[in-house]
Design a protein around this ligand. Structure first.
Ligand code: GLC
Ligand code: CA
Length: 543
C-alpha cells in the first residue's frame, strides 16, 4: 500500500453514530432533532471523535424510522430544516468533526414522487424507476419474503403488476438497471457533497443489484459495476469516507469493496461477528448461547483477511443491533468492567472504529413490555412468531435480547426527567436505569466507561500501531480469553481480555512484563497468574 493510500484521514479516525430521533430533543416534542445534535457537539468534541454518521433525517413518512425516504433533498420537519442541516455541518466543521449522511439507495418510500408516478401506469416515465413484474392478483411472481414479514411482492391495481420490496411494503425497491435512476442518484449525492458533508454510509448497498426472478438479493451480478460507476461520478471527486452496509460480504468481496485503489468504497460493515449467538442458519430471533470461539475466529479472520488489502470497520452495535454490554458483557454486576473490556478488544484492532450513541457510557438493553416498543421489524416479528406457535415468553426473550429498540431508547444525559433527552413525552420510553447510567455521572467519575473510550480514541491518535499493525491472535484455543498482538517495525501492542465473569489462570509473557508499558487497564494493578472477571488491558512496547 502506498503512503498516500495509508494516509487517508478516515484510517486514523473514530466515527460516532447518532440515531437522531433518540439523541437530543430541542423543542419538547419528544423527538430528537438536528438543533439537539448541534447542542451536543461540544460533548462529542471532548470525547475526541472525528466524524458523525447520522441516521436518515430526510423527509419521510417514518414507516421504518426514516429508512423510507420521500425526498432525498430535504429534511423532515420533525428533525428540523435544511438550514439546520447546513448549520450542523458548519458547526461540526468548526470543531474538526465531519458529517456523514446515511444514503438509502436500494429503495425509496412509496410516498416518494417517483413512486407515486410509477404506480399510475405502465407507460408513466417513472414506471421503470422501480422493479415491476407481471402476474395476476393473489399470484405473486415468486415466494420471496420481505425482511419485515410477508411477501416481497405487492399488487398494484392500476398497472396490473407487482412491485418488489425487500423491506416493508412502504419501501419499494429502486431499479438500478435503469441508467436514469442511477443518474438521478448521482446528482443527488453531488448536491449533498456540495453542502460540505464528509462522507456517506450506504444502506444495504450490496442489495441494489438484485435479480428477484433468480432470487438473487445481495451481490447481484452488476453490483461492482454500479458501485464503481457511482464512486467515479460522485465520491471520488472529494476526500470522502464511504462505508457500505453489506450483510452479504465475505472477505473476497470486502477486499473488492474496500480495495486501496479507491474504486469502490472506503470500507464496509460486515456482520459475521453478530451471528455468534444465534442458531446456525436461522434468524437472529433464534437465540443460542454465545459461541465464543466462533466470535474470536471470525474477528481474527477479518483482521488478517483485510490487512494491507482492504479496510475494516470495527463495531459492536448500531441502531439495528442490541447493546453490546447486554449482549456480550454483563449489564449488572460487571457493567463497567465488561463495557471497558469490550471497548479495548474492539478498538485495539485494525480498522475504523464506530461508537454507537450511548455505548460510550455503557447503556444497556431495554427489556420492555410489547406496548412500549415502536420498531416495525420487532412488532412484525412478535406477530409472526406468535402465529408460528412459539410460546409468548420465548418470543419476548428473543425480543429482549435482539430487538432493534434496545438501541433506540433515548440517550441518557442526566438523572433528571426523561434523562435530559426531552422536556416532553419521548417517542419511546426512556430506560429506567437512566438514574444511574447517564452522561453527567460518567463525566464526573474518572473510572467510568466514558473515560475509557475517551482514552482509547486518544491512544489511536498517538500510536501508529493501532492503524498500521499486523494482527496475530494468541491463546487461540482458549474458551475464555481474547488475546492478540498488533505489530509494526517500530512498535508492538498486546491486548489481553477475559471475556467472562470468572477468574481465569493466565500469565503475561515475560517480555511484556519486563518491557511493556500499560496503556489502559480496567483494574488497578495486575494480579499474578490470573485475569479477573472481564479484566482487560493493553500493553505497548517500543522496539
Ligand atoms: C438497514 C438499516 C435498517 C433499515 C434497513 C432498510 O439495514 O440499517 O435500519 O431498516 O436497512 O432500509
Ligand atoms: Ca424535537
Amino acid at each position: 500500500m502506498s503512503q498516500k493510500e495509508n494516509d487517508r484521514w478516515w484510517k486514523s479516525s473514530v466515527i460516532y453514530q447518532i440515531y437522531p430521533r433518540s439523541f437530543q430533543d430541542s423543542n419538547g416534542d419528544g423527538i430528537g432533532d438536528i438543533p439537539g445534535i448541534i447542542s451536543r457537539l461540544d460533548y462529542l468534541k471532548d470525547l475526541g471523535i472525528d466524524a458523525i454518521w447520522i441516521c436518515p433525517v430526510y423527509r419521510s413518512p417514518q414507516d421504518d424510522c426514516g429508512y423510507d425516504i420521500s425526498d432525498y433533498q430535504d429534511i423532515d420537519p420533525m428533525f428540523g430544516s435544511l438550514e439546520d442541516m447546513d448549520h450542523l455541518i458548519r458547526e461540526a466543521k468548526k470543531r474538526g468533526i465531519g458529517i456523514i449522511m446515511d444514503l438509502v439507495l436500494n429503495h425509496t418510500s412509496d410516498e416518494h414522487p417517483w413512486f407515486k408516478e410509477a404506480r399510475k401506469s405502465r407507460e408513466n416515465p417513472y414506471h421503470d424507476y422501480y422493479v415491476w413484474r407481471d402476474g395476476s392478483e393473489n399470484e405473486p411472481p415468486n415466494d420471496l419474503k420481505a425482511s419485515f414479514g410477508g411477501s416481497a411482492w405487492e399488487w398494484v391495481e392500476e398497472t396490473g403488476q407487482y412491485y418488489f420490496h425487500q423491506f416493508s411494503v412502504k419501501q419499494p425497491d429502486l431499479n438500478w438497471d435503469n441508467p436514469k435512476v442511477r443518474q438521478e442518484i448521482y446528482r443527488m449525492i453531488r448536491w449533498w457533497m456540495d453542502r460540505g458533508v464528509s462522507g456517506f454510509r450506504l444502506d444495504v448497498i450490496d442489495q441494489i443489484a438484485k435479480v428477484p426472478d433468480e432470487k438473487i438479493l445481495a451481490n447481484g451480478p452488476r453490483l461492482h459495476e454500479y458501485l464503481q460507476e457511482m464512486t467515479r461520478e460522485t465520491f471520488s471527486r472529494a476526500d470522502l469516507v464511504t462505508v457500505g452496509e453489506a450483510w452479504g460480504a465475505d472477505i473476497e468481496r470486502a477486499r473488492k469493496f474496500s480495495s486501496p485503489d479507491g474504486k469502490e468504497l472506503s470500507m464496509v460493515f460486515q456482520f459475521w461477528h453478530t451471528f455468534a449467538d444465534q442458531q446456525p442458519g436461522k434468524s437472529k430471533w433464534d437465540l443460542a448461547p454465545l459461541n465464543f470461539r466462533m466470535l474470536k475466529d471470525t474477528m481474527a479472520m477479518w483482521q488478517e483477511g483485510l490487512h494491507g488489502r482492504g479496510w475494516n470497520s470495527l463495531f459492536w452495535n448500531n441502531h439495528d443491533l442490541p447493546r453490546v454490554v447486554s449482549r456480550l458483557g454483563d449489564d449488572k454486576v460487571y457493567r463497567t468492567e465488561s463495557a471497558k473490556m469490550l471497548a479495548m478488544v474492539l478498538h485495539g484492532m485494525q480498522g475504523t472504529p464506530y461508537i454507537y450513541q450511548g455505548e460510550e457510557i455503557g447503556m444497556t438493553n431495554a427489556p420492555y413490555e410489547i406496548e412500549d416498543y415502536r420498531d416495525i421489524e420487532l412488532l412484525h416479528a412478535y406477530r409472526d412468531r406468535l402465529r408460528e406457535g412459539i410460546p409468548r415468553e420465548d418470543v419476548m426473550r428473543s425480543i429482549h435480547a435482539k430487538g432493534r429498540d434496545n438501541a433506540r431508547t433515548p440517550m441518557q444525559w442526566d438523572d433528571g426527567p426523561c434523562a435530559g433527552f426531552s422536556e416532553g413525552e419521548p417517542w419511546i420510553r426512556v430506560n429506567p436505569n437512566c438514574s444511574q447510567i447517564n452522561v453527567k455521572a460518567a463525566l464526573a467519575d474518572p473510572d467510568s466507561v466514558y473515560h475509557c473510550y475517551r482514552k482509547l480514541i486518544a491512544l489511536r491518535k498517538e500510536y501508529p500501531v493501532f492503524r498500521d499493525g499486523s494482527f496475530t491472535l494468541l491463546e487461540h484455543e482458549s474458551e475464555e480469553l481474547f488475546v492478540y498482538i498488533r505489530e509494526t517495525e517500530d512498535e508492538k501492542m498486546l491486548v489481553a481480555a477475559n471475556f467472562f465473569g470468572r477468574e481465569i489462570y493466565w500469565s503475561l509473557p515475560e517480555e511484556w512484563k519486563e518491557k511493556g508499558k500499560v496503556l489502559l487497564h480496567n483494574y488497578d494493578g495486575m494480579k499474578e497468574g490470573m485475569l479477573r472477571p472481564y479484566e482487560a488491558f493493553m500493553i505497548h512496547i517500543r522496539k
